[in-house]
Design a protein around this ligand. Structure first.
Ligand code: SF4
Length: 72
């Protein structure tokens, strides 16, 4: 089994750049009023791990944290 990925975001530090939503639109979107991040899927499947990790890596504010745990 692949590792399980759990997404946590901190909207207080999110700058609303939309990099995450552009990088992984299946996983992230933005609030209409201020552009802050909304997580569509908190525990994305393995097919979305690569784009989710790219979004977190490219987030300019460090608002996305990924918790990786091994599935038993
Ligand atoms: S990339 Fe980071 S700063 Fe930009 S909207 Fe997403 S969480 Fe917020």
């Amino acid at each position: 089994m692949p590792d399980q990925l759990k997404i946590e975001t901190d909207v207080d530090v999110c700058m609303g750049t939309g990099v995450c939503a552009l990088t992984a639109p299946a996983v992230f979107t933005q609030r209409e009023d201020d552009g802050t991040v909304i997580v569509r899927v908190a525990t994305p499947g393995a097919e979305l791990h690569e784009v989710t990790q790219a979004a977190a890596y490219n987030c300019p504010s460090g608002a996305i944290r990924l918790n990786v745990s091994e599935t038993p």
